[in-house]
Design a protein around this ligand. Structure first.
Ligand code: NDP
Length: 324
């Protein structure tokens, strides 16, 4: 059997993770990495090509894994690339997913291609778990907790404050809230009641740390609604202890069957590297996209439209025998 030919678009954290993940799957082959930067500057072991030449590969690559950022890259790149290739992406701006779906669906349908949008761990695996929970326990509540993990958006917000040289932010689930959910209390909890925020900040020489701390703690939408702790640390400490990108979280469905029988589903992820894990999810879904495209499916789809077996390199027969 010929390996499935994969291309990577964009070589950031996720792009690098996809390159690593493909190496662990013998039925997949990385053909090239496409970038908007000078291809010579891209530290990949694969062939690096400028994105302007992407259409030269339309008959060579089976699935493009698009690894641009959600805020501006993906809304532009995915509908464009979906004209020529089957695609997978990790678009995670939840509120804009319906609009993004419609745009990508049109581009892919018009050109007989298949595009899986918004996969990863959330959206992605957690979406699948929320659906399972709601479908199996219709009488109940769903809870998602994120962390302990490094939040890129919140870390960026800290770094934009005047007098701040560097910094990171961790989102941490509040244990007492987790316990209430586990007990089946079905509490009403806001995002702020479920999570606290811990910031590690490097201040510029001479900067007033009390002003920085106040600016962080009162920043609307990011920190003001949360219990936020700020620690000032040295640049060396930031580099030594806060350079990794851990993340994780939990999805709960807490419900009842019959009249009062409590049933609780808990699914958790503890990740040393958010981008490497997310990339591994994208890679598994690229195989599914290839298989469904082979069967003639076109347009945009989400994780809900993918049969689980299609994610596996094993045949349906092997799956029944080995892991059912
Ligand atoms: P990065 O910021 O690392 O990369 C985004 C793009 O920026 C790359 O595709 C690359 O494009 C460009 N880029 C990367 N490094 C540089 C550089 N040094 N100089 C200039 N340009 C650079 O983002 P991530 O890979 O960490 O994440 C991508 C998206 O994935 C996020 O926006 C997030 O929304 C989503 N995500 C989704 C998850 C999920 O569970 N669904 C989980 C985690 C992330 P190019 O090579 O063309 O220059």
């Amino acid at each position: 059997n010929q390996p499935i030919k994969i291309g990577i678009v964009g070589y950031g954290n996720l792009g690098k993770g996809v390159e690593l993940a493909i190496r662990q799957n013998t039925d997949l082959e990385l053909v090239a990495v496409f970038t908007r930067r000078d291809p010579q500057s891209i530290p990949t072991e694969a062939k690096a090509i400028h994105i302007d030449q992407i259409t030269d590969y339309r008959d060579i690559i089976d699935v493009m894994i698009i690894c641009g950022g959600s805020s501006t890259d993906l809304p532009e790149q995915v509908p464009y690339i979906a004209q020529w290739f089957n695609t997978v992406d990790s678009f995670d701006t939840h509120a804009k997913i319906p609009e993004f779906f419609n745009t990508v669906n049109k581009a892919a349908k018009d050109h007989n291609k298949l595009s899986l949008i918004s996969t990863g761990w959330d959206p992605g695996l957690f979406s699948m778990l929320r659906l399972l929970g709601e479908s199996i326990l219709p009488q109940g509540e769903t809870y998602t907790f994120w962390g302990k993990g490094l939040s890129q958006g919140h870390s960026d917000a800290i770094r934009r404050i005047s007098g701040v040289k560097g910094g990171v932010q961790y989102t941490i689930p509040i244990e007492s809230a987790l316990d209430r959910v586990r007990q089946g209390e079905n509490p009403v909890l806001t995002t702020a009641e479920k999570h606290e925020r811990i910031c590690y900040v490097v201040a510029e020489d001479g900067a007033d740390t009390s002003i920085i701390e106040h600016t962080i703690k009162t920043m609307p939408n990011y920190f003001a609604e949360y219990n936020t702790t700020v620690h000032f640390i040295s640049e060396e400490e930031l580099k030594a202890n806060h350079s990794a990108m851990p993340h994780g979280g939990k999805v709960f469905r807490s419900g009842i069957t019959g009249t009062e029988t409590k049933q609780n589903i808990e699914f958790g992820l503890t990740l040393e590297s958010n981008p490497e894990f997310t990339a591994s999810v994208l890679v598994a879904f690229s195989r599914a996209v290839y298989k469904l495209a082979q069967k003639g499916e076109t347009g945009a789809v989400t994780v809900y439209d993918i049969p689980l077996g299609a994610l596996s390199p094993k045949s349906a027969e092997d799956l029944r025998r080995e892991i059912l």
